[in-house]
Design a protein around this ligand. Structure first.
Ligand code: ASP
Length: 309
């Protein structure tokens, strides 16, 4: 007999943390977030746990979600977020700005509308209706990084092609991929949530994998998954859903995570993807083909969270 174990896992994005001295701060950030989620989970709700954990990461300017989101080519913040439950209820926002916690707006989309995904102006209008106040998530540090990166891009003579952006991403990997996510299991419900500012210098209007159900975020009766990395890869491979399918067909979360990431590596090479997941027995799994992905998790019976990168 399998004993169901209550659990929560969070990530702070896949990529490369270039500056070594940043690593302890990143680990502190995921640790704090998993503990914030754990407190809610102990009260019984995976949904509240995921929202709280993701909010803690959105509010930490180190991570590329909420406060500290990266800027688009034209210097704006356009954030994506999604939340999904094992009963297939889901809510998401894409290219939203002017709010503090996109994950909470995504939850409202799930609970208060008949839709799954609201984008741009409409998402913002809905957020205001729901009482989310005006908030500017742009930080000084991100603005400076944006100015430097944009200058480089201009000097390179190409402004339209993703290939040039990819070269820039390779040069400055640490600022590009620190999307955040959380998955929790409360003994009944499995919930997954993801939030991001996207990729630096993305084109205005570009929507990544995070708010696309099945790509960056997914939950069903088998597993909950939150992915990170180059969004276009996850969209093309429907990666989060693929990882959940591996559980459906018999794998446990740790193997399912590895199997899904190996598909990403096969098609697009290394340094493109990472994901965290929990299966219906409460096993946690995480895998990446990037150098780093900060992770923290807590399961019933553990005194302290595991953290790693
Ligand atoms: N997946 C995110 C996106 O492409 C970026 C990330 O994970 O850092 O929007």
């Amino acid at each position: 007999m399998v004993i169901l174990v209550v659990a929560i896992i969070v990530h702070g994005g896949a990529g490369t943390v270039k500056k070594e001295e940043r690593i302890p701060k990143v680990l502190d950030g995921v640790r704090e977030a998993v503990l914030a989620g754990w407190r809610e989970l102990k009260r019984g709700s995976a949904l509240d746990a995921v929202e709280e954990a993701v909010k803690a990461l959105e509010d930490n300017p180190l991570f590329n979600a909420g406060t500290g989101s990266v800027l688009t080519l034209d210097g704006k913040v356009e954030m994506d977020a999604a939340i999904m439950r094992s009963n297939l209820e889901a809510g998401a926002v894409a290219a939203i700005w002017g709010v503090k916690n996109p994950i909470s707006v995504a939850r409202k989309v799930m609970e208060k509308t008949d839709h799954v995904l609201l984008g741009g102006e409409g998402a913002l209008k809905f957020a205001r209706l729901m009482g989310f106040e005006e908030y500017n998530p742009v930080t000084e540090e991100r603005l400076k990084q944006w100015q430097e990166l944009r200058k480089k891009l201009m000097e390179s003579g190409e402004t339209r092609h993703w290939k040039k952006l990819s070269a820039l991403i390779k040069e400055y990997p640490e600022v590009l991929r620190s999307t955040v996510g959380a998955v929790a299991f409360d003994g009944e419900d499995i919930v997954a949530g993801t939030s991001t500012g996207g990729v630096f210098l993305k084109m205005f209007g570009r929507i990544g994998d995070t708010p696309i159900i099945g790509a960056g975020t997914y939950a069903n009766e088998f597993a909950g998954v939150s992915a990170t990395g180059i969004g276009e890869v996850m969209i093309k491979l429907v990666l989060a859903r693929t990882a959940a399918d591996f559980v459906r067909f018999g794998l446990k979360a740790p193997e399912a995570a590895e199997a899904a990431i190996s598909i990403a590596t096969e098609h697009f090479g290394r340094d493109v993807a990472g994901l965290i997941m929990i299966d219906r027995d409460g096993r946690v799994g995480f895998a990446k083909n990037t150098k780093h992905m900060s992770v923290a998790y807590m399961r019933e019976g553990m005194e302290e969270p595991y953290t790693g990168i």
